[in-house]
Structure formats: structure tokens, C-alpha cells
Write a protein that binds this ligand. Structure first.
Ligand code: DC
Length: 232
């Protein structure tokens, strides 16, 4: 079973996808982590990110995804960069490089391959990102589109920063989220948008437990109605 969860930054996708995957015995594929790893490769190579340079760089990065104890890791060559991609600088660069056609084509192909492999191994995979239900798996068994008010998303990010000991002004965080939303929604290739057949999950006033339960319940409904896995 292939389940896609798309939505803007800070809508709660990754926490919900990871926990729903655990609850269902499926695995989680974080497509944003792959864009972040490419971005880190760019930053390390000190390449100035332009569409022209992107034609050449991804092939040299040796981006790889491995699962250890059902936990996804992203690697550049043999270097596990899963933690190092979680910075604001890498996120900003990821937002830039993800608009390059050459980068998207390679990553979408890899996501389709990994998604199918993991589905074969575990019976199901949950992907999250911006285009997983529109481009990567347009035939997914279940598509969820998560949304939340921008003020709430900014407050969540502020709490995350605080946990890391950082005090970032709320209005600065909100402006940065809005800028990223604009870029993700308005780019030419695979812009962030809801697939016509995606169910909307508004997380503004929902706890994480409620979000996870929403996804798990929808999956169980699909399983019970037998509308997936035909031909297995
Ligand atoms: O979800 P995230 O913050 O880890 O994503 C990092 C960037 O990658 C974000 O700016 C949008 C981009 N991205 C994308 O274009 N398509 C995806 N499927 C996932 C992420």
C-alpha cells in the first residue's frame, strides 16, 4: 500500500507520517530529506545553485537511501548525513535546488523505486513531501494533504527552535515560512498542490495523536473496503 502525505512546511507531515508508519508496521520515506541531502552536497561543493550547475551536480553526489531497523538514512557516498541536513541553511538551499528539473527528475525516479521496494518488503510505505501524491505516486492507495494556519506553523517552529536552545523571533519565522510556501507553490515544476483525490487534514487545532489516528483510520478503511492491492 502506498500512502502519500503532502503539504506545506510546518503542517506536521513528517511527525505524522513517521508515527503512522510505526503504528501500521509500514516504513516512512521522507522525500524532503533527499532534497536536503542534494542541497547539502551543493553547499559542500560550494557550488552556487543555478539550474545550469544542477544539470551536473546530482550525479556526482552519490545520494543513497538506506534503511537500518526500518529507519530511513540518507547518505552522500558513505557519509550518513541524516542529522546534518536538519539546518535552516540546508532547508533554504533545498527549497532552491528543488525547483531544478534535473534534480527533481532524478529524485522522483529514486523515490518511485525505493517506494516500490519498501512496499514489497513491508506491505506499505508512507511518503511525505510536496508532490508525492501528484507526481511521484499519482496512483497512490491513499493521499492526504495536510494544512495548518501559518501562525500556528510559525508557533510550532518556534517551539522546535526553543528545544534546540535558540530564540528566534516569531515574525521572522513566519516570514520565512511564507516565503518558502510561495516558492513551493509557484515553481514551474511539480508545485505544491493538493491532488484532486487527496483528503484534507487540517492540523491547526489537532494534536499529533489525533493526526496520526486520522491517517491510520483512513488506511484501515481502505484496507477493509478492499480497494487496494488488487492483483496481489
Ligand atoms: O519538507 P522539507 O522541509 O524537509 O523539504 C525541504 C525542501 O524540499 C522544501 O523547500 C521543499 C522541497 N521538497 C520538494 O520540493 N518536494 C518534495 N517532495 C519534498 C520536499
Amino acid at each position: 500500500m502506498i500512502i502519500t502525505i503532502d503539504g506545506p512546511a510546518g503542517s506536521g507531515k513528517s511527525t505524522t507520517a513517521r508515527r503512522a508508519a510505526d503504528a501500521l508496521g509500514y516504513v516512512y520515506l521522507d522525500t524532503g530529506a533527499m532534497y536536503r541531502a542534494v542541497a547539502l552536497g551543493f553547499l559542500r561543493a560550494d557550488a552556487s545553485a543555478t539550474p545550469e550547475s544542477a544539470e551536473a551536480v546530482p550525479a556526482d553526489l552519490h545520494l543513497d537511501v538506506r534503511y537500518e531497523n526500518d529507519e530511513m538514512h540518507v547518505l552522500l557516498g558513505e557519509d550518513d548525513v541524516s542529522d546534518r541536513i536538519r539546518t535552516e541553511e540546508v532547508g533554504e538551499m533545498a527549497s532552491q535546488v528543488s525547483s531544478f528539473r534535473a534534480v527533481r527528475e532524478q529524485l522522483v525516479e529514486a523515490q518511485q523505486r525505493i517506494g516500490r521496494e519498501q512496499e514489497d518488503l513491508h506491505g506499505g510505505v508512507l511518503l511525505d513531501g510536496r508532490d508525492t501524491g501528484t507526481v511521484v505516486f499519482p496512483d497512490a492507495d491513499l493521499k492526504v494533504f495536510m494544512v495548518a494556519d501559518v501562525e500556528e506553523r510559525a508557533r510550532r517552529r518556534k517551539r522546535e527552535y526553543a528545544q534546540e536552545g535558540k530564540d528566534v523571533p516569531l515574525d521572522e519565522i513566519q516570514a520565512s515560512i511564507e516565503a518558502r510556501d510561495r516558492r513551493d507553490r509557484n515553481r514551474d515544476i511539480a508545485p505544491l498542490r493538493r491532488a484532486d483525490d487527496a483528503v484534507i487534514l487540517d492540523t491547526t487545532d489537532r494534536s499529533v495523536d489525533e493526526q496520526v489516528a486520522f491517517v491510520v483510520d483512513r488506511v484501515k478503511e481502505r484496507r477493509e473496503s478492499g480497494t487496494w492491492g488488487e492483483g496481489l
